[in-house]
Design a protein around this ligand. Sequence first.
Ligand code: HSE
Length: 309
Amino acid sequence: MNQIKIFSPATVANVSCGFDCLGFAVNDLGDTMTFTKTSDKSIKITDIQGADLPYNIQKNAAGAVVLAMLEKHPVDFGLEIIIHKGFAPGSGLGSSAASSAGAAFAINELLGKPFTELELTKFAMIGEEVACGSPIADNVAAAIHGGFILVQRYDPLAIIKIPVPKELMLVAIHPQVEVKTKDAREVLPSKIPLEDAVTQWANVGGLISGLYSNDYKVIADSLCDVIVEPARKHLIPHFDTVKNAAQEAGALSAGISGSGPTIFALCKGESIAKKVFKAIEGVYSNTNIDFTMVYSKINTQGVTILEKN
Ligand code: HSE
């Protein structure tokens, strides 16, 4: 194989109660990336469309992943990389993770698949560290594996794939305000009351049980975050209004996507999702803040090959 073009999905991390350990992939939003072997042995990013990101291979999340993989698996060819960002960096929808996971997957294919999915997740975490300072696995694992994932453990890394109920739909709004992951982590409490911890881990268990059993009521009851959302929601204008509007329109619940500012809502079925989309849109249409919105199924495949030759 000399060239591969892949699609790598956007992701929603945390999913309310699962801070740093739950995530899912978005079907209709993501990056497209092309990797072409060259004879000159250098690794170059030749084009980045859709975002202002570093071309320097060490400073670019995808570039750092490629370097780490080729250090473990040396090759006698070079690479040209084209990145087409399908959504904005800094949205809270796993932008750097999509590029990092896409790079890990594509290079593995070009090398003849020497690495496991777990190893690819670890390589992709290097990109997360370059982009946001922390090697967090929730977004990259969801992008690589698809569907819902649980990061059961970081050391040694353990990822569990969780089934996706068929009718589950995502509606998300990305208000054009800046929330840096680093800043959103600094507002978090360093200690939490035991009572809150019990509520939170019971909700993680409830959410996973609901996803396995297709029980939308249990999913709705469990999409509750008593630790991170209360500490972060002031960073996102009109968060409570959007959440209330989504729930009144029939959403199972709504919360902060990753570290924000995107707000996600999960819904049962397309007709409810359409109503929730309109309700959320209505809230932000009455403000002077620009926004974009997404309406999508849950991606169950993870990174996929678009073309190879
Ligand atoms: N889970 C991270 C956070 C963001 O909420 O800070 C995504 O990796």
